[in-house]
Structures are given as structure tokens and as C-alpha cells.
Design a protein. Structure first.
Length: 613
């Protein structure tokens, strides 16, 4: 994948050329060329291939980007046609630096280092599809598209952060703006860092602008959606590049596959299957492929495939990453690359824009309890449900108690009621000395801050805004991008096009969640486009039956056991917890507890691949 790295300020670096090369090398590990503009106190490099990166210097400033930004404002677009986008952006930077990011659209990581004005800018797009990490020490700013790139600069010493490890076990990723290392931060979606006069300021230049009114007729919205959908997919098509699509058989991937077929006169689609009951979705992928007439390609992932991929998956992420479906995404991208595909379309974002996750409907049910009169709840229902002796032994009362207990938990803490770490208890999982060094409340306090920052009033839009950060930027986009990088194929996310983001934010809440029906508008608008079986199916995705295979595949079990044993030796996890996890708990529910085995195993694999452990 393309990337950026460099620095600005500080004492002049004597061997600045080799330093910049050391920073850029991790970004080019899977191929691509490096363009660099090196100087003692301000340097910038861009890495990539196939036109997905740019580096330009003009009038004492260097600008670089990865991805494919485009001018969003007419004045910038006109000037870019005359002198090129890079020079036009430098002009805008010199004239109105705070306007640079809002004048752009598309997915990008952007850096400007300007010696003449002694200032710099770092920015990532509205979804953080191209993330940027940064480190500030004294008056020097060091940045890169990966933490490994930062480690190539002599001023930066990467030391793992115990708090990040704790947060990782809670979330299964290291949530932004934090990094796995001390004093390193990641730009959040729609954020920019400005360095002026030696001072840094991180500001949010974009947030979803939800319009919760219902003033546009449904037929007009559907017509707009059809145009937007084809325009967003069309932007991914470029002469000389073969474009295919992930196809899980869900509504998002099936929609993209169908539109790609429509625009290209045919399309290659790629699906992953598993020989495990309850995990194989290949039947739905085949339905979509037949319906649209795609050239469909399938691969069934085996336990041996997973075992071989684990170290490679851990190595491609420069932070601990515990989303197991990265294995499936990798094998899907791998067979596409072997087939000659240059870019895959990913359906990520559809659920978070249009209301497709089951928890949205579930949380709506809990919200209904709050609509009951307070006197009825506190004086009658709750004393009745909780006051009857032996109520736990009566199934209807037990369910009522659980419902009320969850309904009384405020959002967004209610979302974490079934969190794995909370289920086990931090004291049972982590070594006592390790726990002394972390703030156990940080994951939930930061979740609450993110939830409160959203400008929406409806429950569904608040949850969608939260998931744009928690689900997409922190987990799903890194997962797919990393898997595709490892496979050597590019990826595009049409649903996360800026115009689609704005369109979805303008939909009334009841069009996203109508009663208990998820993504109602999306399915209604595509009722004559998608096969009825796809419209009716429940959400699944590329889940990996790791827990099941742990029980049956000796190699996987031994590998996981060795990893967790080593992790215990680092003073992070309690040995007693690992013993309990592999014995009683795995026999109790292999799929559920296998998730924690995977999370801890990938943490150890990250420690082993990290040169800074």
C-alpha cells in the first residue's frame, strides 16, 4: 500500500538521506518505488506504485500524498487543471492553510513540509483509510504511514505502551488516537495536525453532518442513491487496471459486484469458504454471482492455511491486531492477485452508513424501556421482576431481569456488556504488576467521549458515528487494507466515498432502522436489483472458525499454546488464566472463548515481530 514518511524541524540530521531511506524502507517492503525530498531539517518521502502516490516540491515546500485525493471545491479544481493538484494545494496552503483539507475529497494521507513558512501539515481522509502516525519531541515532528517508519528516525525510540496492550485486549485492536508505542499518536478520521511556530495542534476538519429531518420524498432519495452508487464505483475504474470485488454474499459486497458488472460489462468476484458448520456463506455468494453473471472465483480456507498465515498477518500490522477475519480477507485478495487483479472493491462501510449491524436493532429494544413512565418502571415493574424470591430459576423472570438490567445501563457503556475482557474480569486475565501500570477505565471513558461528541440526536445516528471510528477506522479498514497489502493488491471502498458519506448522513433515522428492520432504505432502494435471498439473509461476513479448529487441529492448538505460554513469560497475562482458557472454557464454548485465544496469540506474535520489544 502507498505511504508517507518524513520529519520537520529539530536539529539538522547529518545523514538525512540514509535516515529518510530507513524510514521509507518499511513502507516499500511489498514493492513499490520511493520518491524523496531530503533536507537536514525538513524531509518527505512518498512510497507506492501504480499512481497511488505523489511527491512534489515548489517554492520551499514539499507536498506528498498517498491514495487518490481530488479537488472538492470548484476553485481548487480549476486551478489544479491549470498547474496540477500538487502545486495548486501548495498555493492554497500558503494562502489559507486551514482550507486545505476541506478543499479535498477522496481517500488520502497528506503531508506538507514548508521550510519557508516554518510550518507543516499532516492529514488523513474522512474515514482514515490512509492513516498517519506522528511523534513530537522538542521541536521536531516525525511522521509516517506506519509506526515502523517512525522508528527509522534516530530521534524516535519506540517503547511499547502497557496501556495500549490493555486497550488492545479490550478492543482487539489498539484504538486511535493511541498507538502501541509510548508518545506516538495516530490521526483520527477527518483530522489534521498543524505545526506552526514549533507548536502542534490537532483539529477535526470534518464530522458527519446528520440531517435528521424527513423532508425529501422516498422516490427522490432512491434516484439520488442510484446515481451516487454508480458514481462511487465508477471512480475506482481506471484504464489499464483490472478491478474485481470481494463477494461474501451480503448486501454490500453483492451490490458492489452488481454495479461493477453493470459499469464494466462483466466482473471478477472472489469468495472464501470454510468447511465448518455455521461459517460457510458460499451459497449466498454463488447466488449473487449467478444473478449478476460475474466470473466467480472461490477458495476454501483450511486450518493449515490459517496456521501458515498467522505470522504473516501479524507481521503486516505494525500494532497488535486481533481481528481474525484478516486471514479470510488475505486469502481472498491472494487468489485475486494470482488471477491478475490489480484492485478489489470492498463493501466496508455499508453497515455503518445505512444501519446494518444487528446491535442497532438490539439497542433500540433496550431504549424502548426508557420510554415507559418512570413511576411504572420504578414502583411496579422493577420491584415485581427483581423482588420475587427464586426469580433466577424462572426463565421468563430471568430474561426480564436481564432485559431491565441492560436497559438501565446508559449508552454507550451498554454496548460493552458482553465484552470478552469484562466477562473474564481484568484481574483474572492480567498479571497483577501489569495491571498496576494501566488505567482500566480508559477504554470505556474514551468510548463515552466519542459517543458524546456526535452531533446527532437519534440513537441510530449516534451509534453509526461511533462505529465510523470504532468499527471502521480502528478495525475493519486496517484489516482489509493490511490483508490486501500482504497479497499485493490494491483496495477501494466505494461506500466510503465522500459523496456517499454525505448522502447517508442526510437520511432520516427511521429510513436506516425502521422498527426492528435493519438498513431499511438500502434494501428498499435495491429491491429490484439484488436477489431476494440476499435481501432476506442475516449478516455474517468472513468469520473464521478458529475456535472450532483449535479443538480439531493439532498444529493450531500447539502454535496457540506456545504463543500464550510465551506471552505469560512477558509478565502480561496470568498463567492460571491461560490454563483455564485452554481447558474448561474452550470445552464450554469453543467459538466464544477461541476469540480470546486468537487475540492473545496475535499479541504475542506482534511482540515477536516487533524490533522494539
Amino acid at each position: 500500500m502507498p505511504g508517507l514518511c518524513g520529519w520537520f524541524g529539530g536539529d539538522p540530521v547529518a545523514a538525512y538521506g540514509p535516515v529518510l531511506d530507513a524510514m521509507a524502507r518499511p513502507l516499500a517492503r511489498f514493492g513499490g518505488s520511493i520518491r524523496a525530498n531530503a533536507a537536514p531539517a525538513a524531509a518527505l518521502a512518498a512510497v507506492g506504485r501504480d499512481g497511488g502516490f505523489t511527491l512534489h516540491s515548489c517554492a520551499g515546500a514539499s507536498i506528498g500524498w498517498c491514495g487518490r485525493p481530488r479537488a472538492a471545491e470548484p476553485a481548487l479544481a480549476r486551478r489544479a487543471e491549470e498547474i496540477g493538484l500538487a502545486r495548486a494545494l501548495i498555493e492554497l496552503w500558503r494562502r489559507a492553510p486551514d482550507s486545505v483539507c476541506t478543499a479535498l475529497a477522496g481517500h488520502f494521507g497528506l503531508a506538507i513540509v514548508d521550510e519557508r513558512s516554518a510550518s507543516a501539515l499532516l492529514a488523513t481522509d474522512r474515514c482514515a483509510a490512509h492513516p498517519l502516525w506522528w511523534w513530537m519531541g522538542g521541536d521536531i515532528l516525525v511522521f509516517g504511514s506506519s509506526c515502523d517508519a517512525l522508528g527509522g528516525h534516530p530521534a524516535v525510540t519506540l517503547q511499547f505502551d502497557p496501556q495500549a496492550v490493555y486497550d488492545y485486549v479490550h478492543w482487539h485492536v489498539v484504538p486511535g488516537p493511541h498507538a502501541a508505542y509510548r508518545n506516538v499518536q495516530r490521526l483520527l478520521p477527518g483530522c489534521a495536525l498543524m505545526l506552526r511556530a514549533g507548536c502542534t495542534e490537532v483539529r477535526r476538519y470534518w464530522e458527519p453532518a446528520f440531517d435528521e429531518s424527513d423532508h425529501v420524498p422516498l422516490a427522490e432519495l432512491e434516484a439520488q442513491f442510484a446515481v451516487q452508487l454508480r458514481r462511487c464505483v465508477g471512480r475506482s475504474l481506471q484504464p489499464g487496471r483490472r478491478v474485481g470485488a470481494f463477494l461474501s454474499g451480503g448486501t454490500d459486497s453483492s451490490t458492489l459486484a452488481g454495479v461493477l458488472c453493470e459499469l464494466s460489462g462483466g466482473a471478477d468476484t472472489y469468495s472464501i469458504g470454510f468447511e465448518a458448520e455455521g461459517y460457510d456463506e458460499m451459497a449466498y455468494a454463488r447466488i449473487a454471482a449467478r444473478h449478476f453473471g460475474t466470473r466467480h472465483h472461490e477458495y476454501y480456507v483450511t486450518p493449515d492455511d490459517v496456521l501458515a498465515a498467522i505470522p504473516r498477518i501479524a507481521a503486516v500490522f505494525d500494532q497488535p491486531f486481533g481481528n481474525a477475519s484478516a486471514v479470510a480477507a488475505y486469502h481472498c485478495a491472494r487468489i485475486a492477485r494470482e488471477d491478475g487483479i490489480d484492485m478489489l472493491l470492498g463493501g466496508d462501510g455499508g453497515d455503518e452508513l445505512f444501519g446494518g449491524n444487528e446491535r442497532y436493532a438490539r439497542q433500540r429494544v433496550f431504549e424502548w424501556y426508557g420510554y415507559l413512565p418512570s413511576a411504572l418502571r420504578r414502583s411496579i415493574l422493577e420491584p415485581l421482576v427483581f423482588g420475587l424470591p427464586g426469580g433466577e430459576a424462572v426463565p421468563p423472570l430471568r430474561k426480564a431481569r436481564s432485559y431491565i438490567d441492560q436497559a438501565r445501563t446508559p449508552m454507550p457503556a451498554r454496548l460493552e456488556r458482553h465484552n470478552l475482557l469484562s466477562h473474564y474480569g481484568a484481574q483474572a486475565v492480567f498479571a497483577a504488576d501489569f495491571l498496576q501500570s494501566v488505567d482500566r477505565q480508559r477504554p470505556l471513558s474514551e468510548l463515552s467521549e466519542c459517543y458524546a461528541r456526535c452531533g446527532a440526536t437519534s440513537l441510530i445516528n449516534k451509534m453509526l458515528a461511533l462505529d465510523m471510528k470504532i468499527t471502521l477506522a480502528d478495525s475493519d479498514l486496517p484489516k482489509v487494507s493490511g490483508a490486501c497489502e500482504l497479497a499485493g493488491v490494491q483496495v477501494a471502498y466505494p461506500f466510503l466515498d465522500d459523496e456517499m458519506l454525505a448522502f447517508a448522513a442526510g437520511l432520516a433515522p427511521h429510513l436506516k432502522l425502521k422498527g426492528g428492520r435493519l438498513r431499511w432504505f438500502f434494501k428498499h432502494a435495491l429491491r429490484d436489483f439484488l436477489p431476494p435471498q440476499i435481501l432476506r439473509k442475516s449478516k455474517h461476513g468472513f468469520g473464521v472458525p478458529f475456535g472450532h479448529w483449535l479443538q480439531t487441529h493439532r498444529g493450531l492448538r500447539e502454535f496457540a499454546g506456545d504463543s500464550l505460554s510465551s506471552l505469560c513469560g512477558r509478565g502480561v497475562i496470568r498463567s492460571a488464566f491461560v490454563d483455564d482458557l485452554f481447558t474448561l472454557r474452550m470445552r464450554e464454548h469453543a467459538a466464544y472463548h477461541g476469540t480470546m485465544v486468537w487475540v492473545l496469540m496475535m499479541l504475542e506474535q506482534w511482540f515477536r515481530r516487533s524490533p522494539r520489544e
